[in-house]
Design a protein around this ligand. Structure first.
Ligand code: ATP
Ligand code: MG
Length: 472
């Protein structure tokens, strides 16, 4: 507890120049202002960030007036919900009017009733560790629900009965899993129980809001914890059913490993490789591809007469399923294309054997991966969870070999920009045709040739083109 007090004092000193000044401004106008939620929780955990959430007795118009002349930029974050945003130097500040919300259980959005007290505002927050405030400029800590104690025990509890809280806003169930993944906390058994019994209520929440929590969860330091909670409470069955479906994959003879556990391990191994990416981690696309890479297995599983199991085409089937799920969750087309392409290609390397690919097969691998090549390297390497050390090392060495070949080929011929050796205009000139279908066909022919044989001189390309044209 002393640790908690020390970290919060240190953090408050750091942000004092901003919040004390703003606190005095509001106080002079007869209003209360308090730092609340995430920044208070994170200060107590010794984590610093420059996004400051504040809550106030002032109504939004008044808030805006008080921020004017102080902040360098002001914007409307959702005035109807009471939030005005602003920036001052390196600080991003959001000020929200006290709320005392009453919900219509059938509606998706809370009806906002502005409230009059800080205590009332804290009572409608999701978890006790998020229901703490520090008044400014005085710095009195308000912790009506024992958030400090829960923080010390690293546990998520709701301020009131969890059933009431989740009934008011079912998204809070997703938020529980997200905070577990972000903070590494456990969840109070009463909260788990409420999540289990009320999981079905998540259906009234928009796909976009569910997606946003899922993204935060997946990008957090402990996604396994959050995902396990979603699966154990039945929420995953509703928001990402492909994941719990993997747990059924252990057949009665235990002949192949549990694909669900394998998947979580692949995800963690992919996280360990994120530093390879230019932007580093956390990388949602790489992580989500790891999570989805085997989702085609349940549907493609076949038991052969000799007792072995096969999953033919689970890569292609899995890519389709991934696309469908991500569409339902309203992901962007770019994210959908990237993740499903990785799922589709995750097995390709296994045809590499111990290095038998021709140069043309290596070029095809690079071309098909496109701008996802680095992530494909990550996914393929992460997708080895064998306990047999020698086997694991052999796989990694073989992949090293493939990467070296890609690098060598790339150097020789700037592989990442594979283009035929002559362009469309030259094709028309050589063949004496105008724009049309034939030019496209000729271009594709030259592209295939380029992949099979590597770069050609213009003369070689022209000869090949003429031969192809004549034989057509
Ligand atoms: P982050 O670091 O991700 O921003 P945060 O705790 O600030 O974490 P936000 O989603 O920004 O999370 O929400 C800010 C605060 O508002 C939370 O700490 C919590 O007190 C409250 N809050 C947000 N969403 C809800 C909700 N659906 N139900 C109840 N309280 C909520
Ligand atoms: Mg926040």
């Amino acid at each position: 507890m002393a640790d908690v007090q020390r970290s919060v004092a240190t953090e408050l000193d750091r942000i004092a120049p901003v919040i004390d000044e703003l606190g005095r401004r509001f106080a002079e106008a007869g209003h209360e202002l308090a730092l609340v939620g995430g920044p208070v929780r994170d200060a107590m955990l010794g984590r610093h960030h420059n996004d400051l959430d504040l809550t106030t007795s002032a109504r939004p118009d008044e808030t805006e007036r008080l921020l004017k002349g102080w902040a360098e930029a002001i914007w409307d974050m959702g005035r109807a919900f009471g939030t005005i945003g602003c920036r001052k130097g390196e600080w991003l500040v959001e000020v929200t009017t006290y709320r005392s919300e009453s919900y219509d259980p059938t509606s998706r959005k809370p009806d906002v009733d502005f409230g009059d007290s800080l205590a009332g505002d804290l009572g409608r927050r999701d978890f006790t560790v998020n229901a703490m405030a520090v008044r400014v400029p005085g710095r009195e800590v308000e912790d009506p629900y024992g958030g400090i104690v829960d923080l010390a025990h690293r546990v998520l509890r709701t301020p009131g009965r969890p059933e009431d809280s989740f009934s008011d806003d079912p998204l809070r169930m997703m938020r529980a899993a997200r905070f577990v993944a972000q903070l590494g906390f456990t969840v109070d058994p009463s909260v788990v129980e409420a999540m289990r019994s009320m999981a079905g209520r998540i259906e009234i929440i928009s796909a976009e809001r569910v997606r946003d929590e899922l993204v935060k969860l997946v990008c957090a330091p402990y996604p396994r914890l959050g995902l396990t909670l979603l699966v154990d409470t039945g929420l995953a069955e509703l928001v990402l059913p492909e994941l719990p479906a993997l747990a059924l994959e252990r057949d009665e003879h235990h002949r192949h490993k549990d694909v669900y556990q394998h998947t979580l391990t692949v995800l963690e191994q992919a996280m360990d490789l994120e530093s390879r990416l230019p932007a580093g981690g956390p990388d949602f696309v790489a992580r989500f591809a790891a999570l989805m890479h085997d989702v085609g297995k349940p549907r493609t599983r076949r038991f052969l007469d000799d007792g072995t199991v096969t999953f033919h085409h689970h890569d292609v089937v899995g890519a389709k399923m991934t696309r469908k799920r991500m569409k339902a969750l309203r992901f962007s087309n770019d994210d959908i294309d990237a993740v499903s392409r990785l799922v589709e290609l995750h097995l390709r390397f296994h045809g590499y054997g111990s290095g038998e690919w021709t140069d043309s097969a290596v070029r095809r691998y690079v071309r098909d991966a496109g701008d996802q090549l680095e992530r494909l390297h990550i996914l393929t390497r992460a997708d080895s969870t064998t306990r047999n050390r020698r086997k694991a090392e052999r796989l990694q060495r073989t992949y090293d070999d493939l990467e070296e070949r890609i690098a060598r080929l790339a150097e020789q011929e700037e592989l990442d920009a594979i283009r035929p050796d002559i362009d469309g205009n030259q094709i028309m000139e050589i063949l004496g045709v105008g724009p049309g279908r034939e030019v496209g066909e000729a271009y594709r022919f030259l592209l295939e040739l380029r992949i099979d044989r590597g770069p050609l001189t213009p003369a070689e390309a022209e000869t090949a083109l003429r031969e192809w044209w004549a034989a057509r």
